[in-house]
Design a protein around this ligand. Structure first.
Ligand code: MEV
Length: 317
């Protein structure tokens, strides 16, 4: 048997602009996890080995041979992950086995549930087949899978989840981490509405294609906020982060990726005493984050619930 897990993530600053080469800051969220377990279930695989691979995901009521998931009109995302990993590991015949996936990361919420499942499955399969993979290889395979689902992802989600460290990310550049001189507290709140990352990223691309000059200038402003936020976090000047979050949220609104629900939660957090707040991730649904004094975390979380948040997580970065 081989098991692996991967955390969720949130983007602190810089989503969307990161797709256009600007930097972004993201951190893992260890309170939520995706877990994958690979277990041998028989000696030899069937003629078509995919018949003897059982995929089980109790959270979504799935228990099916891999072959059936592959043959569907649009192959199931879990089938795609397993298939790509086996190809990369060069496995074409194997004992019968099952892959069981469980996750506490809210789906389609901007917390990287898809990337975390990919990373957990990649590592669990690599362990089962005794085929060690470096973090870089895991990250690269997870990025291939992200591309299948999201069209033009920057790679930030798979990177922060693979390395499980704070990441200052620039597409195409080697991974850089950043240090947190003084811990700070965030309340993460979920709108309960699916965050269609592919759609919001696609819509931003349409805007950009129609008026590159205007949107490049917006991405530059976001990039500047990210640099200022990184300096503030690394020098312990966390009080400067609140206004930077507000400014980043305003630019995300301009990019049309906020939503009435996200804006309502941002306003509610601020009214309850948060120092700053913004949507986090692809937007149009999913999560927002609020920077809070730890003493106010619970009251801000309550205010967010009263304003319609489906659930909240308090986390210290
Ligand atoms: C999604 O978590 C972050 C986006 O910037 C898309 C990406 O970077 O691939 C919206």
């Amino acid at each position: 048997m081989s098991a692996a897990s991967a955390p969720g993530k949130i983007i602190l600053f810089g989503e969307h602009a990161v797709v256009y080469g600007r930097p972004a800051l993201a951190v893992p969220v260890m309170q939520v996890q995706a877990n994958a377990t690979v277990q041998k279930t028989g000696e030899f695989s069937a003629e078509n080995w995919a018949d003897s691979v059982l995929v089980v995901a109790p959270d979504i009521g799935l228990s099916s041979p891999l072959s059936r998931l592959q043959s569907e009109h649009t192959p199931h995302p879990l089938a795609a992950v397993i298939q790509i990993v086996l190809q990369r590991l060069g496995i074409d015949r194997a004992p019968a086995f099952s892959v069981t996936i469980r996750s506490t990361i809210p789906v389609a919420s901007g917390m990287g549930s898809g990337a975390a499942v990919s990373v957990a499955v990649i590592r669990a399969l690599a362990g089962f087949f005794e085929h060690p993979l470096s973090d870089e290889q895991v990250n690269q395979i997870a990025y291939e899978i992200e591309k299948l689902h999201h069209g033009t992802p920057s790679g930030i989600d798979n990177t922060v989840i693979t390395y499980a460290r704070p990441v200052y990310f620039v597409h195409g550049e080697p991974i850089q981490t950043f240090s947190v001189a003084r811990p700070f507290t965030l309340v993460i709140a979920n709108t309960g509405q699916a965050a269609p990352t592919k759609e919001s990223v696609g819509d931003v691309r349409k805007l950009w294609q129609a008026d590159k000059g205007r949107w490049e200038a917006v991405f530059d402003k976001v990039g500047k906020i990210v640099e200022e936020a990184k300096n503030a976090i690394e020098s312990g000047q966390t009080c400067g982060l609140g206004p930077l979050m507000d400014a980043n949220h305003a630019l995300l609104q301009e990019l049309t990726v906020s939503s009435p629900e996200l804006d309502r939660l941002v306003l509610a957090a601020k009214a309850a005493g948060a120092d700053g707040a913004k949507l986090s991730g692809g937007g149009r649904g999913g999560n927002m984050i609020a920077l809070v004094n730890p003493k106010r975390a619970e009251s801000v979380a309550s205010a967010l619930k009263a304003a319609g948040a489906k659930n909240t997580i308090v986390t210290t970065i």
